[in-house]
Design a protein around this ligand. Structure first.
Ligand code: NAD
Length: 507
């Protein structure tokens, strides 16, 4: 955060999107957006002032009544059109994601598809909003329930999925009849504006979807605003906890998804070649900047660990690190130089704490083309006391932890403060069944390294990986973005009433 530096005055600034159009503020506080492949500043992002935030909330509030009263079928039709436009614009959006985030184009396209699936789910909203009905709960009395939207809801999102994570939220929120304010990550803010333009083109009325840029000040502003009814947050655990506590104490509904440290258990009977390929993608894809990335491989038995290392290590050393637009690249740069330095610090700390660094991603990639590149690192002998075991690194670093049996693996995972995703690799149905039943983690894969639930299920972790009662998207999303109303009715023409002074019971 700073007043614009001389060197960045020439770069374009990313606008807000409020009331169906772009809005460029006075640029009093701004942040730098980098091209991680070159290290150069590619844009400036404005941080909304308190007045801009108030105006944005007022716009979303003013749009709420009409949008909530729009039949769900018509709201769904806007999303159908958005879905078509989104599919057609996939390459354009992927290029923007890749240029600001650094992930490969194929990976960027993949996140758009995962977001698009939530749009498709939300297109079924007329069915999803159906309530329950009982005829004649008492003589001439009927009871039914319905779900109604909350009002203005805010979505606060992280840098690592600038298209998919917002689309975990707004398609369902809008379909339910809410109006929405997206506060995207200030590190890759441009994708949000492209999505806003497509929603507008799809026929979404002005003010129903808004994008407000900013840093922690804007987040706190949204949390404190009395006209924001609910907040969906995805990001790191300390911020998720802060958002949950601040939001709920002001009476808002909050779902706050936090960080992760995902373990994969490798059983001695696993198909080792398949497992190695799965681990490579899950640990090093998107340079490890995924909340579902596998960062700890728990090998059951020394023989299993040794076999795993023998096959995995040469492949980690051969990972193709490069610019994300090159189709041969497997791993692009990290998001910022600061984040790269933090990941390197973790590698140093692992060495200092006695883990065995089998592959070191630091040399050879530092400063490549001026970008924030880092190769893949692999540790053996990672133990639960080490920082590289306890904390989320969020980079291309995989640790191997050795345990004697499945029971020890389950105990280890259940004791970790993070509990987002986990996986087991095995050929044994009974081991897989024991694992899926006893493991205390929100999302579980069996021979599936990244068990990200489909749009018609719901996504969420346990313990420090999620604060709140609802997972995100799917039916959980519909529940989160609506409140339940129960109606009991009778028509006096059919039934004569007389005053009742005791608790009413049905006759
Ligand atoms: P982050 O917590 O730094 O930022 C997330 C959002 O919070 C951004 O919009 C940012 O502007 C805002 N923010 C940052 N600091 C804040 C503060 N002190 N007060 C209020 N708001 C603040 O996260 P990030 O670095 O952008 O993303 C990476 C993190 O997100 C990782 O921890 C990753 O595991 C997590 N993540 C979790 C999931 C999940 O589903 N559980 C998904 C994606 C990413």
């Amino acid at each position: 955060m700073s007043a614009p530096a001389q060197s960045t005055l020439s770069v374009p600034s990313v606008p807000h999107w409020v009331g169906g159009k772009t809005v460029t503020g006075p640029l009093i506080r701004t942040g730098d957006v980098y091209n991680p492949s070159t290290g150069a500043v590619s844009a400036r992002v404005p941080y909304a002032s308190a007045e801009e935030l108030d105006a944005c909330v007022a716009t979303a509030k003013a749009a709420f009544a009409d949008w909530a009263a729009t039949p769900a079928l018509r709201r769904a039709r806007v999303l159908f059109r958005f879905r078509q436009l989104l599919e057609a614009a996939t390459d354009e959006i992927a290029a923007v994601i890749s240029s600001e985030h650094g992930k490969t184009l194929a990976d960027a396209r993949g996140e758009i598809v995962r977001g698009l699936e939530v749009v498709e789910f939300a297109c079924g909203i007329p069915d999803l909003l159906k309530g329950e009905h009982n005829e004649n709960v008492g003589t001439g009395v009927d009871a039914y329930s319905l779900r109604q939207p909350l009002g203005v809801v805010a979505g606060i999102t992280p840098f690592n999925f600038p298209a998919m994570v917002p689309m975990w939220m707004f398609p369902v929120a809008l379909a339910c009849g809410n109006t929405f304010i997206l506060k995207p990550s200030e590190r890759d803010p441009s994708t949000a504006i492209l999505l806003a333009k497509l929603l507008h083109e799809a026929g979404l009325p002005a003010g129903v979807f808004n994008v407000l840029h900013g840093d922690r000040t804007s987040v706190d502003g949204l949390l404190q605003h009395p006209d924001v009814a609910a907040v969906s947050f995805v990001g790191s655990t300390p911020v998720a906890r802060h958002v949950y506590l601040e939001g709920t104490q002001r009476g808002k509904r909050v779902q706050a998804l936090g960080g992760a440290k995902n373990h994969a258990v490798i059983m001695p009977d696993a198909d080792i070649d398949d497992t190695v390929e799965a681990l490579l993608g899950a640990a090093y894809g998107s340079a490890g900047e995924r909340c579902m990335a596998i960062s700890i491989a728990v090998a059951v038995g020394d023989a299993c660990a040794d076999q795993l290392i023998e096959k995995l290590l040469p492949k980690v050393k051969a990972l193709r690190v490069g610019v994300p637009t090159d189709s041969a690249t497997e791993m692009g740069p990290l998001i910022t130089g600061e984040h790269r330095a933090k990941v390197c610090d973790y590698i140093e700390s692992g060495v200092g704490e006695g883990a065995k660094l089998l592959a070191d991603g630091r040399p050879g990639f530092a400063g490549k083309a001026g970008g924030f590149f880092l190769g893949g690192s692999l540790f053996d002998g990672v133990t639960p006391e080490m920082r590289i075991y306890r904390e989320e690194i969020f980079g291309p670093v995989l640790g191997i932890t050795r345990v004697p049996d499945l029971e020890s693996a389950i105990k280890l995972i259940n004791a970790h403060p993070f509990a987002n995703g986990t996986a087991i690799f095995t050929r044994s149905g009974s081991a897989a069944r024991a694992f899926t039943s006893a493991i205390e983690v929100g999302m579980v894969g069996v021979n599936v390294p990244l068990p990200v639930p489909m749009a018609f299920h719901s996504f969420g972790g346990w313990r420090n990986s999620l604060f709140g009662d609802h997972h995100i998207y799917g039916r959980e999303g519909v529940r989160f973005y609506t409140r339940l109303k129960a109606v009991t009715q009778r028509w006096p023409k059919d039934v004569k009433s007389s005053a009742e002074f005791s608790m009413p019971t049905m006759k």
